[in-house]
Design a protein around this ligand. Sequence first.
Ligand code: TXA
Ligand code: MG
Length: 338
Amino acid sequence: METKVFEVDPLNPDENVLKIAAEVIKNEGLVAFPTETVYGLGADTFREKAVMKIFEVKKRPPDNPLIVHISGLDQLEDVITEFPGIAKKLAEIFWPGPLTMILKRSEKVPDVVCAGLPTVAVRMPSHPVARRLIELSGTPIAAPSANLSGRPSPTSDDHVVKDLFGKVDLILKAGRTPLGLESTIVDVSKHPPTLLRPGPVTVERLKELLPDLQIPDHVYGRSFEGKPLSPGMKYRHYSPVKPLILVENQRKIQKVLEEFEKAIIVCPVEHAERYENRRVVIMGSLENPYSIAHNLFDVLRRVDEEEGTPIVVEGFEERGILFSVMNRLRKAASRIVR
Ligand code: TXA
Ligand code: MG
């Protein structure tokens, strides 16, 4: 398939380019576009045929539902049936932004979008390209992350081109995404509210607003039994091709490294000097934890292309955004050393 590729300024995108992309959405095509979290692969939420193409292209299991992206609250009417008080409160504070809410789904939303569930995931992104694309398309855009299923989420236009060129109608290139980590997902369709995926909106902040917030074991990366709450949880995610060893106990790292002469070590800049004469890839700075989230998926892709194996990643203290980083690392890991 021919893929059109356009570069746009992330803060001040060319309206004419976005109009071309909106036409693609209106005509049941697929557009990869930047958001403030990661790139998304979008289709018109209400065109079943278009949404089905997303699953084919990503090789995404059909029981893993998508997030519906809106540009204004007026679009909620066709997507959900109830907007409870706590959802309104969260929307006021965090929308537009990196928070996704699970709400009761309107019958107008096709089954494929929600994998047949009675609920739907909704988010209002803040990225100017995403916002304007949705507005010009005149419809909520259903979009998962724009990576092939199982691969690290795309946080730069290079990642998107690598995974999707030749498979989608149009790619909007806008450099790197600011946050680099997928949105926080909270289920507010029932009581008490439940955190399904930690993200840029931190647990600490959510708990201030929702003191009864439930945090299931799987969010910590511990194993879970029974039916997963979010269908996406049961698949291995974010994985580089090489084995990834996550070392959560800093005292054990030297021992692990003795085992693997050719390991690539991933650590924050402050710890690089601990690993003299070894292959080291820096993942941001502890002084600015958001820099670690920003670099996470790019590093996971890069280490796959560099010489050396396995990937040995230093674990982080689970606070603020680094709690979310640890959730992703545990899902990507083939072995965890505690
Ligand atoms: O930041 C983000 O959220 C990015 C950008 C593109 O918006 N999107 C993203 O989408 O990460 P995706 O498809 O990679 O992750 C969506 C997650 C999946 O784990 C899915 O299972 C869950 O949302 N989800 C969607 N609908 C759901 C529902 N009705 N109930 C529970 N979980 C749901
Ligand atoms: Mg994804």
